[in-house]
Design a protein around this ligand. Structure first.
Ligand SMILES: [Zn+2]
Length: 118
């Protein structure tokens, strides 16, 4: 707590008597997550649940955080690194290079088309 991101006081249910119909009496907290593509995602948690600091954006798959000013950076480099490390372990350098070349082309093509790698 104290991060300047206090959850605003939750409203008390509109009707004091009408909440039993669906057996949903648990109060909820709405938590908004922000990803670096400026998507906003509203997730409803039970107030008893601890809302996580990060959530995967359902629209683009990027990590999203509670801080709209500082959404987590897109992990563009990570899968590439992992892939390269994997390739280096398994292949000769020459082979690795051609595979790397392909991977880069693929990455660029995807970046151009705006697709997100999950
Ligand atoms: Zn997003």
């Amino acid at each position: 707590m104290g991060g300047g991101n206090a959850i605003r006081g939750s409203r008390v249910g509109a009707g004091p008597m009408g909440e039993a119909e669906r057996g949903q009496t648990a109060p909820r907290q709405d938590v908004t997550y922000y990803c670096s593509n400026e998507h906003r995602t509203l997730i409803a948690f039970s107030v008893e649940a601890q809302a996580p600091d990060a959530w995967d954006c359902p629209r683009c798959g990027l990590p999203a955080s509670l801080d709209s000013e500082n959404p987590p950076p897109a992990p563009r480099i990570e899968p590439y690194k992992t892939h390269l490390a994997y390739v280096k372990e398994r292949r000769s350098d020459a082979e690795a290079e051609s595979i790397l070349d392909e991977a880069v082309k693929l990455l660029r093509a995807r970046r151009k088309s705006g697709d997100i790698i999950f």
